[in-house]
Design a protein around this ligand. Structure first.
Ligand SMILES: O=C([O-])CC(=O)C(=O)O
Ligand SMILES: [Mg+2]
Length: 229
C-alpha cells in the first residue's frame, strides 16, 4: 500500500475532532458505524485518526504485536478479530507498549483483558468486552490489508472517529466531503440546541410549536395528525 500523506492527515483530523461519531454516521449514506457492542473499554477522550489495519485468526494476536511496532505515532490500529469470544486479544503489556510508542488507539472486534490496568493508560482501547483467557501468538495474520471490522469495511489510511456512542469509519476518498456535510449537520444541531435552551429559559405560556423541529408537522400531516399551534 502507498503510505498516506501525514501532513494532509493532521489537517483533516483536526477538523474531524470537533464532530461526534453520531453526526458522522448521520451524514454517510453507507453503513459506516461498527457493531453496537464495540465500545470504549477505558474511555477518556474521543478517538480520531488514521486507521492501520490488522487481520487475526480467531484467538491469535501475533500480527497485532507486529503492527504495534510498525505503525506511526498517532495512528489507530483497527483489528478484525472476527468477533472471537473465547480469549482476549490484548492486555496491559501490549497496550502499554503501544501507548509508549505514541499509538492513539486500538479498535478490536473481540475481547481484551487487564481492565484495571487499561484504565490507567492514555491509549484508547475499543473492544467488545473483557475475558481473563489469553491469546495464542503463532500467526498467521495480515497488516495493512483491507479488512472488515465489526461489520464495516476498513482500509489502512481511512479515518476513524470513536467516542462513547461507538466507532465510525470514514473512507479516505470521501473524507473532505464527509467533513463538510458533518459540519453542516453540526451547525443544524447547534441551532436546534439553542432553540431548545431558549424555550427552557422562557417564562409564561409556552407554545410547543416554538420548540419542535420545523420538518415535524409536515411529516405528521401525511399520517393524518393535525398541526399543533
Ligand atoms: O498476553 C497477551 O498477549 C495479552 C495480554 O494480556 C497483555 O498484553 O498484557
Ligand atoms: Mg496481560
Amino acid at each position: 500500500m502507498t503510505k498516506p500523506s501525514l501532513e494532509q492527515d493532521s489537517q483533516l483530523i483536526e477538523q474531524m475532532a470537533n464532530i461526534s461519531s453520531s453526526i458522522f454516521a448521520d451524514v454517510m449514506d453507507m453503513n459506516n458505524a461498527m457493531d453496537y457492542r464495540l465500545k470504549p473499554m477505558n474511555y477518556k477522550k474521543p478517538l480520531v485518526g488514521r486507521a492501520r489495519t490488522v487481520s487475526l485468526p480467531k484467538g491469535d494476536n501475533l500480527f497485532l504485536h507486529h503492527a504495534i511496532y510498525e505503525v506511526e505515532p498517532g495512528d489507530i490500529i483497527v483489528v478484525d478479530g472476527q468477533d472471537h469470544k473465547d480469549s482476549a486479544y490484548l492486555g496491559e503489556l501490549m497496550a502499554g507498549a503501544a501507548e509508549a510508542l505514541g499509538i492513539q488507539g486500538i479498535v478490536i472486534d473481540g475481547l481484551v483483558r487487564d481492565k484495571k490496568e487499561l484504565e490507567q493508560l492514555d491509549i484508547q482501547i475499543y473492544a467488545k468486552g473483557f475475558l481473563s483467557t489469553g491469546p495464542k501468538k503463532e500467526g498467521p495474520g495480515s497488516f495493512d490489508t483491507d479488512i472488515t471490522c465489526a461489520g464495516v469495511f476498513v482500509s489502512s489510511g481511512d479515518y476513524i472517529v470513536g467516542d462513547e456512542d461507538g466507532v465510525v469509519v470514514i473512507p479516505r476518498a470521501l473524507a473532505s466531503e464527509t467533513i463538510k456535510k458533518a459540519e453542516q449537520k453540526l451547525a443544524y444541531e447547534q441551532n436546534r440546541l439553542d432553540v431548545i435552551r431558549q424555550y427552557k429559559q422562557q417564562s409564561g405560556t409556552k407554545q410547543k410549536s416554538a420548540i419542535a423541529p420545523n420538518w415535524l408537522e409536515d411529516k405528521l400531516k401525511k399520517h393524518g395528525i393535525p398541526e399543533r399551534v
